[in-house]
Design a protein around this ligand. Structure first.
Ligand SMILES: Nc1ncnc2c1ncn2[C@@H]1O[C@H](COP(=O)(O)OP(=O)(O)OP(=O)(O)O)[C@@H](O)[C@H]1O
Length: 309
């Protein structure tokens, strides 16, 4: 994905305390314009809390946060018009018809259009983009759960946001809706340079969408990097497997390209079924979270600093 230079989200030493319990500890990260950042972490890790602070829906206890150069705690209406939000639970607009609701909500953004960004999104184009053309005239109460979730996404992007927050946007999506949503995220980031911060529990989705992944556990960021970088940092070696003369071979190496080159130099066309496998994001995620849970926090913090460089 094309990632711009400017910083769209800037968070430093963010802390959140509920009563006497700290749920975010010095969370620090940045996102650039057009970057897709995926926030992963076990239940209760602090993902929703982080997103809600950045949306301006929750007041942080300490630390600095800026979204499009503004502290979300003091964002005015013009700032809010540049932000899109898809919350975890859908709001009930049951009596509305799809097109009417999006027309109505879109009108609020009209005064905030610019030459570069026309607001709101054309309703029919938007309905098409979220895959609801067939339901445009239906009442929302008559839609399925997954279709309602698509409405939530449409509401989140109707104002053509420059920064879009999505909390578990694809929960309840069927595989086709999920794929369409992934295409939409890529289009928003690539064509409109939208910065996207989303949470998911679907590691396959995270791998497909993320320019960068942040793993949050117990209110701390325990890893920050692309899926590939994280996998390299955590497991180092890749597994190369191949067949030769009807026999299967497996070799673990940190220099897979060199190894494969050498393999072909030595055995040429006798090599068959070559596969190079790095640790999947799931392997990496599980390793990091288990290490964190077993108390090896400090070493992970070093990992982040290395990855962040
Ligand atoms: N209003 C609140 N008052 C007290 N504690 C809260 C409040 N909201 C969240 N928490 C606690 O803060 C912690 C982080 O919750 P949060 O919802 O941010 O986690 P999450 O990573 O989004 O989890 P999930 O994956 O389950 O959505 C949890 O321990 C939760 O119980």
């Amino acid at each position: 994905m094309t990632v711009g230079q400017g910083v769209a989200i800037d968070v430093e030493k963010l802390r959140m305390r509920y009563g006497s319990t700290d749920v975010l500890h010095d969370v620090t990260f940045q996102a650039r314009h057009g970057e897709v950042l995926v926030l992963l972490g076990p239940n209760g890790a602090g993902k929703t809390t982080t997103i809600e602070i950045l949306e301006g829906f929750r007041m942080r206890s300490a630390g600095r946060a800026e979204v499009l150069g503004t502290d979300p705690a003091h964002g005015d209406e013009a700032w809010r018009a540049r932000i899109g939000v898809v919350l975890q639970s859908w709001r009930d607009h049951g009596k509305w018809r799809v097109r009417e609701l999006l027309d109505y909500l879109g009108a609020f953004y009209a005064p905030y259009g610019t030459e570069a960004i026309q607001r709101p999104w054309d309703t029919d184009e938007l309905i098409k983009a979220v895959g609801l053309t067939g339901q445009a005239s239906s009442r929302i109460k008559d839609l399925s759960g997954g279709q309602r979730r698509r409405i939530d996404v449409a509401i989140g992007i109707v104002g053509r946001p420059e920064v879009l927050f999505l909390d578990e946007p694809t929960a309840g999506f069927d595989p086709e809706a999920r794929r369409e949503f992934h295409d939409l995220v890529h289009r928003l980031a690539d064509d409109q340079q939208t910065t996207i911060l989303l949470t998911t529990h679907d590691l396959d989705e995270a791998e497909k969408l993320a320019d960068r992944i942040l793993i949050l556990a117990g209110g701390r960021i325990i890893a920050d990097g692309s899926a590939d970088e994280l996998s390299r940092r955590i497991s180092g070696a890749a597994e190369v497997s191949w067949t030769n003369g009807g026999q299967r071979f497996v070799h673990s190496t940190t220099e897979s390209t060199e190894f494969v080159h050498e393999l072909f130099k030595q055995h040429g066309e006798a090599i068959g079924d070559l596969e190079v496998r790095r640790a999947s994001l799931e392997d990496t995620y599980m390793t990091l979270v288990r290490r964190f849970e077993s108390g090896q926090v400090e070493s992970e913090v070093h990992t982040i600093e290395e990855v962040g460089r």
